[in-house]
Every structure is written in C-alpha cells, then in structure tokens.
Design a protein around this ligand. Structure first.
Ligand code: N1C
Length: 276
C-alpha cells in the first residue's frame, strides 16, 4: 500500500513539474516573440539605412546623411505603387553622375560578368560603380501611406505595378546615367539569348534613346558568348539596335567568350584595350 501511495505522490509531483516546465517554456516563447519580433523589424530598416550610408561613405566628399534625407523624400509616406520617376529628381540633381567619357559601360542581362569585370579592373564605369548606383544595387525598399518608415519587405515588385518605388529609381538613374554618356560608350549584351537587345529592357527603352550625337561618338557592343551560344553579331535584334541609334553614332559589335572576360578580370596588369 505504502509503496503504491508513494508511487502516486511521485506521479503528481512529476505532473506538477511537467506543468511548471510547460508554463516556463510558454513564458520564454512569449518573451522571445515580444522582444525579438519588433527588434527584427527595427533591424530591417536600420540595416537598409546603414548599408546606404556605409556604402555612400566609401565615396569621399559627400554628406551621406543629407543624401539619405533627399532619397527618403522620394518614397516615404507614399503608396509604393505610385512613385513616379520624377520623385527621384531631387536626388539625381543632388548627386549627379560624373561624366566618364569613353569609359561608360552599359549592360543588359549580363549583370554578373559586367560587375565582376568593373570591380576588378579600373577600365569602365557602370551605374553601380557610382555613388547612387552602388548604395541601391541589389536593394529593395518602399514606403507606406501614413507611415514615415522605410520598409524592405513586402514591397510591390515588377509584376504588381509599373510605378513601383524600386523600378522608378532605376528608370530615373539609368536615364540620367545615359544622358551623361560621352565619347565611346560600351554595352555588354548576353549572347546566350535569342534576343540580346530586347525592347522591354531598361537599356533599350531608357538608355539607347538618350545617347546623342555628337556627344556620344560610338556604341561598342560586347556580345558575351558561351561555348554553345547560337547568337552572334549578325542577330536581328542587334540590327534594330543599330537602327535606333542617333544618326552620327557609329556602331560596332564584337563576340567575346565569357571566359575571356573573366580571365581578363583576373589580370589587372593587362591594358584595358587588350580585353577584347
Ligand atoms: O533592363 P536592363 O537589364 O537592360 O537594364 C540594365 C541597364 C544598365 O545599362 C544600367 O545602366 O539599365 C541600368 N540599370 C541598372 O543599373 C540596374 N541596377 C540594378 C537597370 N536596372 C538595374 N538594376 C535592376 O536590374 C533593376 O531592378 C532591373 O529590373 C534589373 C535590370 O536588369 P536587366 O533586365 O538585366
């Protein structure tokens, strides 16, 4: 009897301990949720501004807090689907693109190989190598009506609406960058695509129409190919590109294997002209 009794007491004690444990775990989870979730939300916006300012500070002689302030004005408190390109006008005026005659590099569907090249070699400048392009490259941001915050998640993208916060920025920045072009401009296009010059791309719709002769003398197409690329410089879409150029701008096209560009990227001692 005694034995059975102490067994029952032990059972009750064990059950109490289990309940206490469950309560403790529940409280701990509540505390974590209550503290960590708002923290992570706050961290989101802080990281975005921090990244912006830190990348900006890599460029000497700019007031990065001021630039952040002008940038924010473009979209904060706005419907993220209704940010016109013009909203970034004050930012593009505050931080103009310095003209880099003969060194400006454009691209379409070749982002990785282009940046691998421009990062390692000091031959060409893409918009991502400039202050504004670099602080916003690869980023997502938007505002919300009635809020003074910057959000980096749940921002509407290309499929939801045209005038979205991010797209309008790249449209405005690409237009200003192309307007600054002078001398010989270069573009890397993707030779693995059937249509390397696509009318819906930013390059075709925003940049090409802004190349004006005689400021821009020539456009040099570097068609980046792979071993089995079927597309070459005779491609129909490249004929369209030629036709769309302002009269007086000369055009040439060179097929260059991607491996050759990557190899050139890793040999900074080679002169720029020797890459293709
Ligand atoms: O539409 P794309 O290329 O032809 O645009 C590329 C062209 C480049 O020459 C740049 O000057 O337009 C400019 N540009 C950017 O610099 C840029 N950085 C990041 C355009 N878009 C840019 N992004 C993002 O990549 C943007 O979100 C947009 O949708 C893509 C464009 O890539 P793409 O189609 O390969």
């Amino acid at each position: 009897m005694e034995c059975a009794g102490s067994g029952a007491a032990e059972k009750i004690r064990r059950r109490r301990r289990l309940v206490a444990c469950a309560v403790a775990v529940l409280v701990a989870v509540c505390v974590v949720v209550a503290v960590a979730v708002p923290l992570s939300l706050r961290r989101d916006t802080r990281t975005f501004k921090d990244t912006f300012v830190a990348r900006c500070e890599g460029f000497k002689g700019y007031d990065c807090e001021k630039i952040w302030g002008v940038f924010e004005q473009a979209y904060v408190g706005r419907d993220p689907c209704d940010v016109p390109v013009g909203a970034y006008g004050p930012l593009l005026v505050a931080v103009p693109f310095p003209p880099a005659c003969n060194r400006m590099m454009f691209w379409s569907k070749t982002k990785d190989v282009v940046h691998d090249f421009t990062e390692k070699r000091d031959c060409f400048v893409t918009v991502e190598d400039t202050l504004l392009g670099s602080v916003l490259d690869g980023q997502t941001w938007c505002g919300k009506e009635g809020s003074s915050e910057t959000f980096t998640t749940d921002c509407p993208g290309w499929t939801q609406c045209e005038n979205n916060t991010v797209r309008s920025f790249w449209t405005g920045a690409s237009a200003a960058f192309a307007e600054a072009a002078c001398g010989d401009a270069t573009v890397m296009l993707n030779g693995t695509l059937a249509t390397p010059f696509s009318s819906s791309s930013v390059f075709a719709s925003i940049e090409v129409p802004r190349f004006r002769s005689p400021k821009v003398k020539s456009l040099k197409v570097v068609l980046v190919t792979q071993k089995n690329s079927a597309t070459n410089c005779g491609n129909e879409s490249l004929k369209d590109l030629q036709k769309q150029l302002d009269r007086g701008i000369t055009y040439d096209c060179t097929e260059v294997p991607e491996a050759q560009i990557l190899d050139c990227s890793s040999h900074p001692e080679k002169p720029c002209g020797a890459c293709w």
